[in-house]
Design a protein around this ligand. Structure first.
Ligand code: B3K
Ligand code: ZN
Length: 890
């Protein structure tokens, strides 16, 4: 374990490595508790490094058996300091040769004891690895940094019975039995130089699904997905998604696959979603396995997105990697952008956009508004694993999208082509990336780059005025950004704001501006206003009557928008805006406004408000035959966390919950007839298909069920029970169970028991069962979660179980995690401290559920702070948890 001092690593201290490793030969003899790794490194001094620097290789808890420098054995137990030093966490050669040389080191590791799931570990009976960010140093000593690129040859050896399948990166060049033994071996070679974080191996007895893909230049690629025996039929959708991803990257980005083999392995113990190791992606089985009766439509969509994401990394991440971990968004933001584009092409683009923005606001906005805020390209870190955040991933993707809006599709594509051409085979930086677009668009992007170097979500304030006599419409834009940790004052951002002016008939008015306070011809023709200064006024001319501005169409930049639209303006947008995103946004804004007013009234001892105009507007969307997936989004109200975020301070989760219940009840009652009709009309009448259109119908039907139940508990329970009993897809079954779970009583408990009995052997389904119970917004929830921890299906050692039970409670149960007695906080922090001893990464992630604690009302804030302090003061914390606790309290 790394126990470095609390000194942060800083971007400004980056130094090119003093040594390079051109070639790595690994010889791995797999054994459950005593795996032997012989590593032969071909090193040379870096001509750009410091002459005569010592060679310092990273290690992490390693046991060195032997080492040799250019064939001369070194006494690793007792090395002469003049020659070097070997410790579990470092191997130093004091004065290495000033010419190419070879270092051979043998280490012994215990994969069965590896509970951190970093480095070589076991998932079930299989061996697998996770090296990003710094796991390779838990296998052997290395320059474990992304700017050291090497060609790897890997020989794997194991008992054939234990691990008939032996995989590593690249192409398999030999395999065979080891004469006179029960062992066998496989030899893999990856011709593409890569950083150590992309190394992977897998050994095990797995079931395989095979297929092939012919690239556009006609090369045949063998595809394999390897899963637990018996689960092969569940890998079909993942395989289909993989082939679609490979084809899409060729047409959308001109990127072809480059090896003869592409393997995916699904394991059930995994710290995150998946990992893009070159030619050998390793996945959390949650993002591979699906059947209609075990996976929801959302699961299918996630599988498609994650399969694509990891595949797309082959170019954005692997062929072009990151110079250092500060550049993490170079691969992650860009690859998320690419997977969003892919999913938008595979599904409904507007609906996908709405889902992406919902996720950005839910995950990233609170991060940007709280103590864990950081730049998309951070400038310091204590523990890099804590920077795999929504800011790096989702905001990183949004910045690229905003860049595309700003420079246009063609200049964007030329910039991407330039990036691939110029930086292929290198470890690049954000500056390298941005320079390609500066060149393709012939535009200075210095100010644009502030998006990478300033944290916080900018706020764009807009005021409007119509002058009937002059027929002008004036928009006044002002941008600002609140201080974030370590950044008190912000420079203005470059914010592309896509706009339209919606006339009385619901159509867009032509955009023309006066000479004074005008917009450029390019801005007007594209409908994209560029806000680069703190304020900007634009006066539109020839406007016959007061229009409704449709601002930030398509969510053209990751900002918060403040514009005091009237209720009737919002209704015009809900019904007519030609930008679907803003139709949805107008409905959300309307709902948020009602919710905020209700929260105020409830806290003052009054009743929540009812506004039938809103229900009427929603009714019209359904009646006018909107795409069901889109209609489902429009009638899905903001989450309680959304409302908490809008309130931003002195947050009372109970009042928010009451306001939400009241709003859903009102809509359910006002729209009872049309919701019932929709529910009946959209009943399943064809065999299951996970495609977007079918999923959209199920989504609308299940939102209708949820709202009907909110409006009329008895009727809702009746419908839900029938749906639960007859559903043959997980989407419909879990939607029904969710409705039942929100109604206390025997029916709920019976349904939960029945669900468990049917699905007891399906771990991923039981995760849903855990999560659903953890999110019941009732005072008994904590007790239920505690009892479920003792359930035989629960295991604190499995990250999926921890996330589904405790993670869902902490992040998805606003009222009970934030219970007024502080019980939720104490419970979660207690688990964090316990889990930290086993798996710091998962523990630290769990602790980040406290990221908005400062926005709570004073009593809860005090309790949350006390719980965080107890964590910070606990002894023996990992750097991961220490970092999150420290920053949360700073
Ligand atoms: N690159 C990995 C994430 C690794 C996380 C290490 N703590 C998955 C992905 O983003 O594709
Ligand atoms: Zn990624």
């Amino acid at each position: 374990m790394r126990t470095d001092s609390a000194e942060p690593i800083r971007l400004k201290d980056y130094r090119t490595p003093d040594y390079l490793i051109d070639k790595v030969e690994l010889d791995v003899k797999l054994h459950p508790t005593a795996t032997r790794v012989v590593s032969r490194l071909s090193l040379r001094p870096n001509p750009n490094g410091r002459a005569s620097a010592a060679l310092v290789l990273d290690g992490d808890g390693l046991v060195a058996i032997r080492a040799a420098l250019d064939g001369v054995e070194l006494d690793v137990q007792n090395l002469d300091p003049a020659i070097g030093l070997v410790t579990p966490d470092q191997l130093t050669i004091t004065a290495p040769p000033r010419r190419p040389f070879e270092l051979e080191v043998e280490t012994k590791i215990d994969p069965s004891a590896n509970t951190r799931l970093m480095g070589l570990y076991r998932s079930g009976a299989a061996y697998c690895t996770q090296c990003e960010a710094e796991g390779f140093r838990r296998i052997t000593y290395f320059l474990d940094r992304p700017d050291v690129l090497s060609v790897y040859t890997v020989r794997l050896e194991a008992e054939r019975a234990e691990a008939p399948l032996l995989l590593s990166n690249g192409n398999k060049i030999a395999e065979g039995a080891i004469e006179g033994t029960t062992r066998h071996y496989a030899l893999w070679r990856d011709p593409f130089p890569k950083p150590s974080y992309l190394f992977a191996l897998v050994g095990g007895d797995l079931g395989s699904v095979h297929d092939e893909f012919i690239t556009r230049s006609g090369r045949k690629v063998a595809l394999g997905i390897h899963v637990e025996h018996g689960k092969e039929p569940l890998a079909g959708y993942a395989m289909d998604a993989l082939k679609r991803s490979m084809g899409w990257d060729e047409t959308a980005f001109g990127r072809e696959y480059d090896l003869d083999i592409f393997n995916i392995v699904a394991v059930s113990d995994f710290n995150m979603g998946a990992m893009e190791n070159k030619g050998l992606n390793i996945f959390n089985d949650k993002y591979v396995l699906a059947s209609p009766s075990t996976a929801t439509d959302t699961d299918y969509a996630n599988i498609e997105a994650v399969i694509a994401h990891e595949y797309f990394h082959n170019w954005t991440g692997n062929r072009i990697t990151c110079r250092d971990w500060f550049q993490l968004c170079l691969k992650e933001g860009l690859t998320v952008f690419r997977d969003h584009e892919f999913s938008s092409d595979m599904r409904s683009r507007p609906v996908h956009r709405i889902a992406d923005v919902r996720a950005l606001r839910a995950q990233q906005f609170p991060e940007d508004a709280g103590p864990l805020a950081h730049n998309v390209r951070p400038d310091a870190y204590l523990e890099i694993n804590n920077f795999y955040t929504a800011t790096i991933y989702e905001k990183g993707a949004e910045i690229i999208r905003a860049l595309k809006v700003l420079i246009g599709d063609e200049a964007f594509r030329r910039g991407m082509d330039l990036y691939f051409e110029r930086y292929d085979g290198t470890a690049a930086t954000i500056e390298d990336f941005v320079s390609c677009f500066a060149e393709s668009a012939q535009r200075d992007l210095t100010q644009f780059s502030l998006w990478y170097n300033q944290a916080g979500t900018p706020l764009v304030d807009v005021a409007a005025a119509y002058d009937a006599a002059a027929k002008t419409f004036t928009l006044d834009f002002a941008q600002s950004c609140k201080p974030t940790p370590g950044q008190d004052a912000k420079q203005p951002f470059v914010i592309p704001i896509e706009i339209g002016l919606v006339g009385e008939d619901g159509g867009d008015l032509p955009l023309t501006t006066s000479d004074r306070d005008g917009a450029s011809a390019a801005e007007l023709s594209r409908g994209v206003i560029e806000l680069t200064t703190p304020r900007r006024r634009i006066v539109f001319s020839n406007i016959p009557s007061r229009p409704v501005p449709s601002l930030l169409r398509g969510f053209s930049a990751p900002v918060r928008l403040d514009y005091a639209a009237s209720e009737s303006d919002l209704i015009r947008l809900i019904s007519h805006d030609r930008d679907s995103f803003n139709r949805w946004q107008a409905a959300q804004t309307y709902a948020t406004r009602l919710l905020l007013r209700s929260v105020g009234l409830i806290r003052a001892g009054g009743e929540p408000i009812r506004d039938e105009r809103f229900s009427v507007a929603l009714r019209r969307v359904i009646e006018n035959g909107a795409d069901p997936a889109f209609a489902a989004q429009i009638v899905s109200m903001p989450s309680e966390a959304d409302t908490a975020r809008e309130i931003g301070q002195d947050v009372d989760p109970d009042a928010i919950h009451a306001a939400h219940e009241a709003l859903r009840r009102a809509i359910g009652q006002d729209l009872k007839d049309i919701l019932s009709a929709t529910y009946a009309r959209l009943a399943e009448n064809a065999p299951y298909s996970p495609d977007a259109a079918a999923a959209g119908r199920r989504a609308l039907r299940n939102v209708a069920l949820d709202l009907l139940a909110a409006g009329d508990r008895i009727e809702g329970e009746r419908l839900a029970l029938r749906q639960f009993e007859t559903a043959d897809t997980m989407t419909n079954k879990i939607a029904a169970l969710n409705v039942l779970a929100h109604t206390p009583g025997d029916a709920r408990e019976a349904a939960l028991d029945a669900f468990y009995r049917v699905h007891a052997s399906e771990a991923l389904v039981i995760d849903k069962w855990f999560a659903l119970q953890a999110m019941i917004p009732e005072p008994g929830a904590l007790h239920r979660v505690r009892s479920l921890m003792a359930h035989p299906a629960f295991s604190i050692a499995n990250p999926n179980r921890v996330r589904s039970l405790i993670g869902a409670f902490a992040a998805g149960n606003q009222t009970q995690f934030n219970a007024a007695d502080g019980g939720g906080y104490d419970f979660v922090t207690g688990i964090v401290v316990e889990l930290d001893r086993k798996n710091p990464q998962v523990a630290a992630r769990l602790l980040s559920a406290f990221k908005s604690w400062r926005t709570l009302e004073p009593a809860r804030r005090r309790l949350a702070e006390a719980a965080l302090r107890r964590v910070a003061e606990a002894g023996g914390l990992s750097p991961d948890v220490r970092d999150i606790a420290g920053r949360s309290l700073a």
